[in-house]
Design a protein around this ligand. Structure first.
Ligand code: ZN
Ligand code: ZN
Length: 288
């Protein structure tokens, strides 16, 4: 059997371990582009691996959580050889103050071949926002700015200045009157309420688009075969700076090449960018 045949996924059954409607973003692409038959098991509670609203903290990394979900999926659908799960991870941007950074991962594990592939999408997460409101009007203005009700909004009680889902959280508000009522009750008791965008995929349309992009990245990773071992997953792993300046010909901090590495055998190759010179405007010597 050649590697090409061994890694053909067409007609294979994949278990997608998800709740919150992520299959709408993931399944059609995997069916159409990889030929997988995707099953979503009923009654899977992926919230026990961690929730965005923090009642249940996530143990370990986003990929650890995705692996745990896939494990659970295999237990539910023993006939499947392929497991898929997605996990997002959101936090402060390392360089830009007040800008949240989001990472979406879609993980594929083939338990026959041991292949593990990750599709990613990373960006400034404008769909993650939070604020304190001391009146119903203030809360409505926030909710409307965030495009509620198309975009879900969570309303929480505060413990001092800190949002405290343990003291009280409304996760299933669907209408403006329901949101008004929830905020009014909390403000009457505590003087302020905490509002934030719901990051659960089915309540966050931009996040659903990001998960779709991460799925496409996974398909690209699958299609990129390693020249040494022929397995899928010959993907960009790092970049090399030093593209020479078009004016002074000295190396700049602009990327001159990407390194591709095989997720299975570790084979590496350098992939130069398709431009020869860096813009002098980005050169530290010409434009300090
Ligand atoms: Zn220069
Ligand atoms: Zn390889």
């Amino acid at each position: 059997m050649t590697a090409q045949v061994a890694f053909d996924l067409r007609g294979k059954t994949a278990v997608l371990a998800t709740m919150h409607g992520k299959e709408a973003a993931i399944s059609p692409l995997l069916q159409r582009l990889l030929g997988l038959r995707v099953i979503v098991p009923d009654g899977l509670d992926t919230d026990r691996f961690g929730t965005f609203s923090r009642e249940i903290p996530r143990a370990g990394s986003a990929l650890d959580a995705a692996r745990a979900k896939i494990e659970e999926g295999f237990a539910r659908v023993p006939g499947s050889t392929i497991g898929i799960a997605s996990e997002g991870s959101y936090g402060p941007h390392p360089d830009v103050p007040y800008l949240p950074l989001g990472h979406e991962h879609v993980l594929l594990i083939d338990r026959h071949t041991g292949l593990e592939l990750v599709g990613r999408h990373v960006g400034a997460a404008l769909h993650m926002a939070a604020a304190r409101a001391t009146s119903v009007d203030e809360a409505i203005a926030l909710a409307e700015r965030w495009r509620f009700p198309a975009q879900g909004v969570l309303v929480m009680r505060l413990d001092g200045e800190q949002p405290s889902p343990r003291r009280g959280i409304h996760k299933e508000l669907r209408t403006l009157p329901a949101l008004q009522q929830a905020v009014a009750r909390i403000v009457a008791e505590d003087g302020a309420a905490w509002l934030e965008t719901d990051l659960r995929a089915h309540r966050n349309p931009p996040r659903m688009r990001w998960i779709r992009r991460a799925t496409l990245d996974l398909v690209r990773a699958f299609r990129s075969r390693c020249p040494a071992c022929e397995r899928p997953g010959f993907v960009r792993s790092s970049s090399v700076e030093g593209l020479p300046c078009a004016s002074c010909r000295q190396p700049t901090s602009t990327i001159k090449a990407f390194v591709r590495a095989c997720v299975s055998c570790g084979h590496q190759a350098c992939e130069p960018v398709d431009v020869a010179w860096a813009d002098p405007a980005l050169c530290d010597l010409c434009n300090p």
